[in-house]
Design a protein around this ligand. Structure first.
Ligand code: IPD
Ligand code: CA
Ligand code: CA
Length: 258
């Protein structure tokens, strides 16, 4: 049986997912606005977020909400974090690698999270102490221990988020591993580490809504989370490195000793 919170998050994500999937089929009719270079919002982002808030506020009328498109909504107690479409650029380009993200934070600790790709119908969830799951199957991080066998995900910075050391980081990790992947939705990158598809992932300057559910998934799947310089990751962090635990130290060394 699903934990009660996950049940509600699933209901919200699957309802909003129908809107997202419908709009994905009609991309040419979408209104697209640019917030800054490489940062877009479409009418689908707004409709999906509205639908998520409608369902979630019915069940959690008094919670705080932190959302990408509507900002913060003040309440009390727990905080529900929402990214209506993670991977908006993929969405606009007709690439079906997108997800709806909903997470719950209590006293600065992530207790529940879902990541739902309504196009491929992949529903990832994790709840504190209850493991990480995808469509009713328990998922775990990979067991690869040599970087030479590993695929490592990253988020290449764009626009004003570019930082020059990135290309050195990329070179180091590319040289030592079986390859680097840039899929374009940070939440799914973390879900992919959790399910052992890729063995690690790093990106800088992310928002809490990109990573909150994925951090819990990685933890519950047996992986390790830190900032990309090795400091502890907290809900205030903007930089992240996650891995299957086994290769964490080696990735850190190659991201920091530049
Ligand atoms: C973005 C995606 C992307 C990452 C960006 C995020 P959005 O989220 O997660 O993979 O590289 O940093 O902003 O804008 O599509 O919700
Ligand atoms: Ca996002
Ligand atoms: Ca988004």
């Amino acid at each position: 049986m699903l934990p009660a919170t996950i049940n509600i998050f699933e209901k919200a994500a699957k309802k909003a997912g129908r809107i997202l999937a419908r709009d994905f089929g009609e991309i040419e009719n979408l209104q697209i606005k640019s917030k800054s270079v490489g940062d877009f919002v479409t009418s689908a982002d707004l409709k999906v977020e509205e639908s998520l808030l409608e369902t979630l506020q019915y069940y959690y009328p008094n919670a705080n909400y932190l959302t990408e498109e509507s900002g913060s909504i003040k309440g009390g107690g727990e905080t529900i974090v929402i990214d209506p479409i993670d991977g908006t650029s993929n969405f606009i380009h007709g690439i079906p690698h997108v997800a709806i993200v909903i997470g719950k934070i209590v006293n600065d600790e992530i207790t529940d999270g879902v990541i739902f790709n309504p196009i491929l119908n992949e529903f990832y969830w994790a709840s504190k102490g209850k493991g990480a799951w995808c469509n009713n199957k328990r998922i775990r991080v990979s067991k690869r221990q040599y970087l030479t066998d590993c695929l490592i995900g990253t988020g290449a910075p764009f626009g004003k988020r570019i930082y020059s050391n990135y290309y050195k980081e990329l070179e180091n990790i590319s040289r030592l591993t079986a390859g680097v992947r840039r899929f374009g939705a940070a939440s799914l990158d973390l879900a992919y580490v959790s399910s052992g598809k890729i063995d690690g992932f790093w990106e800088k300057d992310l928002n809490l809504w990109d990573v909150c559910s994925g951090v819990l998934l990685v933890k519950e799947a047996g992986g390790r989370i830190s900032e990309s310089d090795g400091n502890n990751w907290t809900t205030k962090s903007r930089d992240i490195l996650v891995s299957n635990t086994l290769v964490h130290q080696k990735l850190l060394e190659n991201l920091t000793l530049l």
